[in-house]
Design a binder for this molecule. Structure first.
Ligand SMILES: [Zn+2]
Length: 160
């Protein structure tokens, strides 16, 4: 959070990882899903941090059990097709890995995430946070592990 707006961490001290992220990713993988990171990282373009600092923080993400990562490093003025809320990162992942988007889920915490999901035809799962109370999504959960549990329940047909 920065001035009331959620942002990515700019410095190492601000970086914190959900301690259950890896467990949640493993659970999702065990259900047969491919797991992709789809991330906007414009802060290097905006000179909020150096590429070296970004890379240092990204090392921790790279240790997680993602099958692939799709990162947009562009700033707003680049007008690229990949920066969420555009669906480019999701469409790239689907094409590269031959994934059925209609049977996929996008887990995120911002309106850019849920809008990208909708634009790509993916069901959105929003992780509840003070800054996203007005954001519309198909589902809302308390945590990343909560998202994994929800997907598990949906796949078993326990709930619609
Ligand atoms: Zn981009």
């Amino acid at each position: 959070m920065r001035d009331g707006v959620p942002t990515s961490p700019f410095r190492r001290e601000e970086f914190a990882m959900d301690p259950y992220a890896e467990d949640a990713l493993k659970k999702i993988g065990a259900m047969g899903f491919k797991r992709f990171l789809a991330s906007n990282q414009p802060d290097v373009a905006y000179d909020h941090l150096t590429y070296a600092e970004w890379k240092w923080m990204h090392r921790h993400v790279e240790k997680l059990s993602f099958d692939d990562m799709f990162v947009c490093m562009h700033g707003r003025e680049d007008e690229c097709e990949c920066k969420k809320p555009k669906p480019g990162l999701l469409l790239d992942a689907a094409e590269k890995w031959n994934v059925d988007l209609s049977r996929s889920f996008m887990i995120g915490d911002t309106e850019a995430d849920t809008k990208a999901a909708r634009a790509a035809g993916v069901k959105s799962i929003l992780i509840d946070a003070p800054y996203n109370q007005g954001v519309k999504s198909d589902y809302r959960v308390k945590s990343f592990m909560g998202a994994a549990n929800l997907i598990s329940a949906l796949e078993r047909g326990d709930m619609i």
